[in-house]
Design a protein around this ligand. Sequence first.
Ligand code: PLP
Ligand code: TYF
Length: 394
Amino acid sequence: MFEQLKEQPADKILALMQAYKEDPREDKIDLGVGVYKDAHGNTPIMRAIKAAEKQLWETEETKAYTGLAGDPVFGERMRDLVLGGTVDEATVSAVATPGGTGAVRQGFDMIRMANPDATIHVSDPTWPNHLSILKHMGLPVKPYRYFDSETGGVDFAGMITDIVQARPGDVILLHGCCHNPTGANLSVIEWKHVIEKINEVGAIPMIDLAYQGFGDGLDADAEPTRMVAQSCPETIIAASCSKNFGIYRERTGILMAVSQDPGKKKVTQGTLAYLNRQNFSFPPDHGARLVQMVLSDDDLREDWQSELESVRTGMLELRHQLADELRERSGSDRFGFLAQHRGMFSRIGCGPDKVEALREKHGIYMVGDSRMNIAGLNRTTVPKLAEAIVDVGI
Ligand code: PLP
Ligand code: TYF
């Protein structure tokens, strides 16, 4: 039987991690995988998470199963963090999932159950795992224009032209904030316009929210998701706790389905729990419990928010420093978009030959599509990167 299996393509981002590890150069710079790193290159456990973990160790009395949807309090706290009380709770179904990826996967599964003919419209480009999961599941996919490599911003006219081609019942997958891999995001006014078009064509928005708190702040980053959930008859939301709580390996995320018709909740909630049961039964609890504890305790929450805020502003400072260094060295404003982008990533917009030159000649590792993780930089490496970018002729 196993002889029937074929070799599967490797994840390019994860393969790059390995290549970086094997590079003996001491001054190499890792701008690959999307993991937050501090100025020393470490991915610390956040203070509030560590404190919650200690408290949990002291007080937890059982490791018996939770429920198929996870602990309901986790669901409530996450619903409030993401939706901020902007929609009636009677309209929100939610299940805990293994990470944001688990939420995305379960969301696609729900779509397939509800409407196997739905085409999923994805931004061009999008997170490669969206495409690989959709391909694996055999769901029809169609890209919509998104990134304008000339300006480093969003090709908004192209995006709208493509989105209105969707059929009723199709799904439009949107990054809630901090677009991965480009870093280019819609303005609030542009979001309003997208929502209008989605409703006009009768499509269903699905929002992947993996970086709430990494862009313009916790509420600002959730604002587009809230607008969508308030304005569309049905919304699917896949949110990750990996980055904003720094609990990557704990696999913590949530899938929410919002229907403006509260009569739908019983069946929708039941479907999400059913899908968890088919795929893994109970979702992981440890990370979800830590998140729930941090969000439920005023002191822990305040400390978490303040640490998250320093992470966010630290990345913004690096963006500004890099844009300034590049303005000086290139004598032009063509890299100004780096300061406009938000989140961990920016796509610099060069071809794979230049990405390779950065790696070979300068030991700078970015993903082949020229996506770089800003958090892989520090004040000292920013000028080195700027110099290398100009040196290889980007
Ligand atoms: N969606 C996007 C766009 C991402 O970049 C990520 C990666 O971090 C995820 C979802 C899910 O991450 P995780 O499964 O680690 O929570
Ligand atoms: O895009 C990234 O780098 C993050 C982390 O298969 C990641 O989202 C990368 C690859 C992968 C899962 C997560």
